[in-house]
Design a protein around this ligand. Structure first.
Ligand code: GUN
Length: 282
């Protein structure tokens, strides 16, 4: 049986560290603030935004919530972001994706000050990640690296396979594994002979978004399996990975829920703290 990689446990240790540092800053009169913008009423996004607010409350970060109507125009949204860019109480700005179709996501991300871009989605932060010279790392990939580090799983020289090439997870995940000297392959919907590639993975990250996508025949015995999926199946939250069968052969596996999800939020808290420290010359 695999060892379970407990994202709740790892996220607690990171959030505890953030809470201690936020409290120390507060003794010096420095507050830490995160603005979270949600446009529209997508139910999943509402849950994510609520979770982010609760995490802020738990670590002592002040949260500023903006829940905007689905008909909000791109100009209105960008105008709000510009106001937040110059608000000293706001150290980090997060605009929950996806945005409604009439809004150009890249234009919105570009409007966020790179110093407050705690998602690390801004083109200049993406470029800095590519070069390995960054202040913020994207929350989900960085959360996965934290889990691997916490459990002492070495990346150097390992065959790392990432399934999915999104800007939020797949591409930056591949880059962070590369920075740690992994030998990285990115697979996607056009990849041929996928299972031949995945069966060669020592570390296998699935960021596909389809319940039951990763089956036992795609996994090497003893592999580290990281499930980034957040899917609903018969109303139940589940990942991409067929957990029952794969947990019998993998060496390590993240559950859903309780794996990668809590780490994403813990890294967001850490990035907001980092932003506040830099903005206050710490
Ligand atoms: N939508 C899904 N994941 C994320 C994330 O990490 N940040 C933002 N802003 N939106 C998301």
């Amino acid at each position: 049986m695999s060892k379970i990689l407990d994202g709740k446990l790892v996220s607690k240790s990171l959030k505890d560290k953030v809470a201690q540092e936020v409290a120390a800053l507060s003794e010096d009169g420095i507050t830490v603030g995160l603005a979270v913008i949600l446009v529209g009423d997508d139910p999943a996004s509402q849950i994510y935004v609520n979770n982010k607010k609760n995490a802020c409350d738990a670590v002592g970060i002040k949260s500023f919530e903006y829940r905007l109507d689905a008909n909000t125009t791109q100009d209105e949204l960008i105008s709000l972001i510009k106001t937040l860019n110059s608000d000293k109480d706001v150290n980090g700005i997060l605009c929950q994706l996806p945005l409604p179709n009439h809004i150009d996501e890249q234009a919105v991300i570009a409007a966020i000050s790179p110093q407050k871009d705690v998602d690390a989605f801004h083109i200049s932060n993406v470029g800095r990640i590519m070069l390995g010279n960054f202040e913020f790392l994207p929350c989900t990939p960085a959360g996965i690296i934290h889990i691997l580090d916490f459990y002492g799983i070495d990346i150097e020289g390992k065959n790392c396979v990432v399934i999915g090439r999104s800007n939020i997870v797949g591409k930056p995940m591949a880059m962070l594994l590369l920075h740690r000297n992994g030998t990285v392959t990115i697979c996607h919907s056009k990849t041929k002979c996928l299972s031949e590639i995945t069966r060669n993975a020592d570390i296998l990250v699935s960021a596909v978004g389809k319940a039951g996508f990763l089956t036992a025949d795609m996994v090497k015995k003893g592999a580290v399996v990281i499930d980034v999926g957040m899917n609903r199946y018969n109303g139940k939250l589940c990942g991409d990975v067929c957990f029952e069968e794969i947990s019998k052969i993998a060496g390590y596996i993240t559950p859903v829920p309780g794996g990668v999800g809590p780490m994403t939020i813990a890294v967001l808290m850490n990035n907001t703290l980092t932003a506040a420290k830099i903005q206050n010359g710490r």
